[in-house]
Design a protein. Sequence first.
Length: 331
Amino acid sequence: MFWIEKYRPVTLDQVLGQERVCEILKRCAETKNLPHLVVSGPPGTGKSASIEATLRELYGDTWQDNVTIFRTADLMERRKSALEADERFIHLFKSDESFLSNFKHIISSYASIRPINAEFKVMLFEDAHALSHDIQHALRRTMERYSSTCRFIFCTTQASTLIPPIKSRCLPLFFVPLPRETIRNCLLKILNNIPEEDRISEDETGLIVAASCGDLRKAIMFLQVRIETKIPFNPDTLSRTVTQEEACLALHEMKAKDIAKAQKRLQNLMITQGLLGREVISMLLKVTEREYNDPEIVTRLADADACLTHAGNEYLQINALVTTIVAEVFS
């Protein structure tokens, strides 16, 4: 069994490092008054687990009867075939109509049905950043029409991809990257549950914490792989990837003052590889530490990371980062 599932939070009290957001969600569950939500933040910070815990407290053991979950990334990739293959939508799917028409019909039908022993039902969109703009505009109208019987929750790592009309109708909740000490304490608790001969040293635990970059899910996966394979953890091997090489080339282009080429290379990483802005910055940091060891570059990377932490537009921040490094470091 994967440890990320074994140690997945079930209640809001078990969610680590997000006290402020969890307090808001607790109040929503207690008052039975949940607004539309945009839940954003980096991966592995507890977004989905917190929402599921809130829904359990809101509806009890039968929470799934009043919640419809859309795996948006898969839906937008497979489009009509995804709707056609989903047993929930067989009675609503119309093969002679377009994906957009079918999607609008399904959403409207589900939103209009009255909830079971509750005042409203919930539609949860995982990876909401994958939603196209035409789908988002269709959802906006549905949100307006059926707000009395249905609440919409958009869970995403990139809130900037959602259109303003949707964001203006939702309460924004931002999950911050977890502090290293929080991740370390969680890993130590997990280690206490395994035989002493299989445990790892504090130094190696520290390497895993540092490599996770605030992502608790990633840290737990690294720890499980380390324990089960018994191969010493080496963070350098994690960075020897195609995407890391692309980040290295981008820094070389910045040094050559080719701003447009460096910006395009980093944008391609985000578009074609699906990387987040913070992941791009993390790779640039690793290259900087390995090849440049320049504190000025690190400072600019930290500034850009701070902007992204406060939900800034990822593409704008990465482009601005490239321009700043060229102008202030390599000028």
